[in-house]
Design a protein around this ligand. Structure first.
Ligand code: GDP
Ligand code: MG
Length: 163
């Protein structure tokens, strides 16, 4: 079985853009099968041929009556539970938010390894953006600009170091 890596984070931080960059698809590999939860999209990253892994994109369905925070937290937890590694994606332009804090606390409860991905660092001071998240206490942080395919190789290196 291939290892599984989940993209988790609040809406609009760039999870699906990262998913597309890593799987080189536009949802071409999304499974529409019974038993596969509709709020998660599955693809395979084959950027390094000999080390494919399953990638899970979360947050495809907006929160309804339970609200955005509840839906995001539930998806974060479900994705973490079925994954070997979680990529916690945040927005380097906006800095940390209350919802980020909440998602991270869910992820920590899952006990899974978590890698912090600070996305959208194109055109800004990436180091300063990373510093905004210092209180989360991650030793290794990856900076990406998914929409420009920037930082993808570094991200892959960090993923493979943990799988
Ligand atoms: P998701 O809700 O977390 O899946 O976020 P999306 O992947 O749908 O991206 C939300 C918006 O952010 C879209 O308009 C993307 O084009 C944009 N976006 C994603 N990655 C980047 C990035 O690295 N830099 C910038 N400037 N915009 C980005
Ligand atoms: Mg998305």
């Amino acid at each position: 079985m291939l290892p599984t890596v989940a993209l988790v984070g609040r809406p609009n931080v760039g999870k699906s853009t990262l998913f597309n960059a890593l799987t080189r698809t536009r949802d071409a590999l999304v499974h529409d099968q019974p038993g596969v939860t509709r709020d998660r999209h599955y693809g395979v990253c084959r950027l390094q041929e000999d080390r494919p892994f399953v990638l899970v994109d979360t947050g495809g369905i907006a929160g309804d009556e339970e609200g955005l925070a509840g839906a995001t937290a539930r998806q974060a937890r479900a994705a973490a539970e079925e994954s070997d590694l979680v990529l916690f994606v945040v927005d380097g332009r906006e800095g940390p938010s209350a919802l980020d804090d909440e998602i991270l606390s869910w992820l920590r409860k899952s006990g899974r390894p978590v890698l912090l991905v600070v996305n959208k660092v194109d055109g800004i001071d990436a180091r300063q953006a990373e510093n905004e998240f210092a209180r989360y206490g991650f030793e290794d942080v990856v900076q990406t600009a998914a929409s420009h395919r920037a930082g993808i190789d570094e991200l892959l290196d960090d993923v493979y170091a943990r799988l």
